[in-house]
Design a protein around this ligand. Structure first.
Ligand code: PLP
Length: 403
């Protein structure tokens, strides 16, 4: 008899590493070289973690042999505290800072500690799909609010408010956004905070790309924007510091902590059950946040990331029938395919055929809980030469399927 998986997993998916990814691995095992434009993994494309972070991790390895406080090493938490203080966030205490094994683990812990069966969480569509998966795993229901392509993928606040019910517990805001590349104005962030305050919801602000900003775009952190609600803001080493494999992330609690005593007790309990985040990575956090911010050179006008972003944006938009909003931040483009012009049934058909025929791996829009079946996400991490070749093949693929 087959050993059955938990029913909780029945309707959950994570397509960034789903069936198309499995097919890519199978092709690789047959000897094909696949260009992976499916995952925001900077190191895989020669974006090195800054030397000073690696150095501090190496010299501290002997100090990292034991468990530490469940919320993390004091020096790492202090550095996170100072980072947000320097952004103008007031009244932060060291107890408000938690270190995790990447933002992924923090997402899991904050949702599990909050949700009762059938509690609802407002999550953007399209989203970084882990948020939706974890809401389901924690017994809750992900309710998706629309982000509007016609308005640079800004959250549709009317839709967001219309979807709030007596079961809603929290709003998730991903800013800068994966997969759309949107970065929200101060006004938009404030409006979302005001909506959360009106309905007394927790705000989860996933700001893991807060330093990956193009063309003079400013980022406005949600932390500290309201004293009336609890705001949990998250960041990490994976993207800004190109250290995704080190698994280092942090979160900060601000605002109405006095209204969230039971929830914070629950968070502390869950954090303690996993003892602590991996200690060696925590030795890199102070250096990362306090050291030279080489990410600024990469996103600057002539910087490597900026050039790659522009190349991807221009080449994708040059294909008749394909269009993408210009990213203001993060590592992705989320183009729309005009399906009336091509012989693709939907995004999944496009993605699978691109993999099979051109050996390029991207992710279909439906993988980001997007209800349209005509989008896909492309990662612009490869060097311009390799990216150019991949974009040529993508353009060729569209021509091959043009009606
Ligand atoms: N949040 C967003 C929006 C992401 O894009 C990612 C990774 O791609 C994560 C969280 C997870 O990051 P980490 O490596 O810190 O677990």
């Amino acid at each position: 008899m087959d050993i059955l998986k938990s029913k909780r997993l029945d309707h959950l998916k994570y397509e960034i590493r789903g069936p198309v990814y499995d097919k890519a691995l199978a092709l690789q095992n047959q000897g094909y070289k696949i260009t992976s434009l499916n995952i925001g993994n900077p190191a895989a494309f020669g974006f090195e973690t800054p030397d000073e972070i690696v150095h501090d991790i190496i010299v501290n390895i002997r100090n990292a042999q034991g468990y530490v406080d469940s919320r993390g090493l004091f020096a790492a938490r202090k550095a996170v505290m100072q980072y947000y203080q320097n952004l103008g966030v007031k009244n932060i205490l060291i107890e408000d800072i938690y270190i995790g094994n990447g933002v992924s683990e923090l997402i899991s812990l904050v949702m599990t500690a909050l949700l009762n069966t059938d509690d609802e969480v407002l999550i953007p569509s399209p989203d970084y799909p882990l948020w939706t998966t974890v809401a389901g795993l924690a017994g809750g229901i992900a309710v998706h609010y629309n982000c509007d392509e016609a308005h640079d993928w800004a959250p549709d606040l009317v839709d967001m408010e219309a979807k709030i019910t007596s079961k809603t517990r929290a709003i998730v805001l991903i800013n800068p956004n994966n997969p759309t590349g949107a970065v929200y104005s101060k006004e938009t962030v404030k409006q979302v905070v005001a909506l959360a305050a009106k309905h007394q919801l927790v705000l989860f602000a996933d700001e893991i790309y807060d330093k990956i900003l193009y063309d003079g775009t400013s980022h406005h952190t949600a932390a500290g924007l309201s004293d009336d609600i609890l705001i949990i803001t998250m960041g990490g080493l994976s993207k800004n510091y190109r250290a995704a494999g080190f698994r280092g992330g942090w979160m900060i609690l601000t605002g109405a902590k006095h209204k969230a005593k039971s929830y914070i007790e629950g968070l502390n309990f869950l954090f303690s059950t996993r003892l602590c985040a991996n200690v060696i990575t925590q030795y890199g956090i102070q250096t990362a946040l306090g050291g030279y911010q080489s990410i600024n050179d990469l996103v600057a006008k002539e910087g490597r990331l900026n050039r790659q972003m522009n190349l991807a944006y221009e080449r994708i938009n040059a294909i008749d029938g394909v269009s993408a909003v210009k990213p203001k931040g993060a590592l992705y483009l989320f183009p729309k395919i005009d399906l009336t012009k091509f012989n693709f049934e939907d995004d999944n058909h496009f993605v699978m055929s691109l993999l099979e025929e051109q050996k390029i791996l991207v992710v279909g829009g439906q993988g980001f809980n997007f209800k349209g079946k005509d989008h896909f996400r492309i990662v612009f991490l490869p060097h311009v030469e390799q990216l150019g070749v991949a974009l040529d093949k993508i353009a060729l693929h569209f021509e091959n399927y043009r009606k």
